[in-house]
Design a binder for this molecule. Structure first.
Ligand SMILES: NC(=O)c1ccc[n+]([C@@H]2O[C@H](COP(=O)([O-])OP(=O)(O)OC[C@H]3O[C@@H](n4cnc5c(N)ncnc54)[C@H](OP(=O)(O)O)[C@@H]3O)[C@@H](O)[C@H]2O)c1
Length: 305
C-alpha cells in the first residue's frame, strides 16, 4: 500500500530538500505527498516531475483557522486512515517579538509550535510524527561565542503573548523566543507520546546548523550576509545534506522504533539536556495549548489569556 507523508514548510530550505528526496525515491518506495504551506505550486511541480503524487493544501500557519481548515481537507483525503508520517517542518524566527499571528499570539511561538500542535490534534494521529527541533534550546561554548541565545522558559501562556512597547525588544529577544519555541517542541513531543501511546513514533529531528537558509529572513542585512557566507564553509550542514536525512526518519524502517521524542541529530540519536525533560512543564504546556486553541476558535478572546 502506498504510504502518505504530510510535510509543512515544503517551499524552501530543509523542507524543500526533504520533499525532493522523498519524491526522487524509486517507484514503490516513493510516498504520496501532502504539502502544507503558502505558495506550493513550484515545489509541487518539481516533485511531480520526479514522479510523485502530490496534493497541495494551502495554509498560512500563522492562522490557526487555516490550520484547522487544512486538517479538514487532509481528513477528507485520507479518511480515518492515519498518515504514515507527518513532518512538522515549517519554522520562522520573527525579528520582533511584538509581531503577532492572526490569532494574537507571539509569531515565532505560533508558527513553530502552536500551528503544528493544532494540526496534529485535528488529524487521526499519524504513525510517525517528526517534529523539528533545534539545539539552540541550550547554550554551549560555540553558541555563546556566536551570541545565539538559549531558551528562557516561562509559563506557556506568557510565551504565547507578544511583547509590547514602542520599540523592538531586539534580535536577542527574538532568539530567545525561537529557542523557547524549540524547547516547547521537545516538551510537546514527550507529552504527545504519553497521550498517543506506544503505537505512535514521536521523534524530534535537528538538521544541524544550516546558516544561509531563509529562517532568519527578517534579520538585519549584514547578519544575513554573514550567515550566507558561513553557509558556504565546507562541512557545515545544508538543506541538501540534511533534507534526505529528514526524509529517512519519516520513511525508513531503521527509524520505525523511535519513541518518546527521540532526538535525531541528522543521522544519529543523541540525548537531550536534562532541562528538556520536565513532566510538570510538559503537562502545563499541553493544558495551556488546549486553552489557546479554544481561545483562537472564539474570535477576540485570545488576548485575554
Ligand atoms: N536553519 C537552521 O540552521 C536550522 C537549525 C535547526 C532547526 N531548524 C529548523 O528547520 C526547519 C526548516 O528551517 P529552514 O532553515 O529550512 O527555514 P526556511 O528556509 O526559512 O524554510 C521555512 C519553511 O517554513 C515555511 N513557513 C514559515 N512561516 C510560515 C507560515 N506562516 N505559514 C506557512 N509556512 C510557513 C516557509 O514557507 P514560505 O516559503 O511560505 O515562507 C518555508 O517553507 C524549521 O523548523 C527550523 O526551525 C533550522
Amino acid at each position: 500500500m502506498t504510504r502518505t507523508v504530510l510535510i509543512t514548510g515544503p517551499t524552501r530550505g530543509l523542507g524543500r530538500a526533504a520533499v525532493l528526496a522523498m519524491a526522487g525515491r524509486p517507484a514503490g518506495l516513493r510516498p504520496d505527498l501532502i504539502l502544507v504551506g503558502r505558495a506550493l505550486s513550484a515545489v509541487a511541480a518539481e516533485a511531480r516531475t520526479l514522479g510523485a503524487r502530490v496534493h497541495e493544501v494551502v495554509a498560512d500557519l500563522s492562522r490557526l483557522a487555516d490550520v484547522r481548515a487544512a486538517a479538514g481537507t487532509v481528513r477528507e483525503m485520507v479518511g480515518d486512515q492515519p498518515l504514515h508520517a507527518l513532518i512538522a517542518n515549517a519554522g520562522a524566527m520573527s525579528s520582533d517579538t511584538r509581531h503577532t499571528s492572526a490569532d494574537g499570539f507571539e509569531l515565532t511561538f505560533a508558527v513553530n509550535y502552536l500551528a503544528h500542535a493544532q494540526l496534529i490534534s485535528a488529524l487521526p494521529t499519524p504513525a510517525r510524527v517528526v517534529l523539528l527541533g533545534s539545539n539552540t534550546y541550550y547554550a554551549n561554548v560555540w553558541r555563546r561565542l556566536l551570541g545565539v541565545p538559549e531558551a528562557q522558559w516561562r509559563d506557556p501562556a506568557e510565551l504565547a503573548r507578544p511583547a509590547t512597547g514602542a520599540t523592538n525588544p531586539g534580535i536577542k529577544a527574538a532568539g530567545v523566543a525561537y529557542s523557547n519555541a524549540k524547547l516547547a517542541i521537545l516538551y510537546y513531543a514527550h507529552e504527545l507520546q504519553r497521550q498517543a501511546g506506544p503505537g505512535v513514533a514521536v521523534s524530534v529531528f535537528e538538521p544541524g546548523w544550516m546558516p544561509g537558509t531563509d529562517l532568519g529572513r527578517g534579520a538585519p542585512p549584514a547578519l544575513r550576509a554573514i550567515s550566507r557566507a558561513l553557509g558556504r564553509i565546507p562541512g557545515v550542514s545544508t538543506p541538501q545534506r540534511s533534507g534526505p536525512a529528514l526524509a529517512s526518519v519519516a520513511l525508513d524502517d531503521k527509524w520505525a522504533g523511535l519513541r518518546d521524542g527521540a532526538f535525531v541529530l541528522k543521522d544519529r540519536v543523541i540525548a537531550v539536556q536534562p532541562i528538556a525533560h520536565d513532566v510538570d512543564r510538559e503537562r502545563r504546556l499541553w493544558a495551556t495549548t488546549t486553552k489557546l486553541f479554544a481561545a483562537s476558535a472564539t474570535p477576540g478572546s485570545s488576548r485575554a489569556l
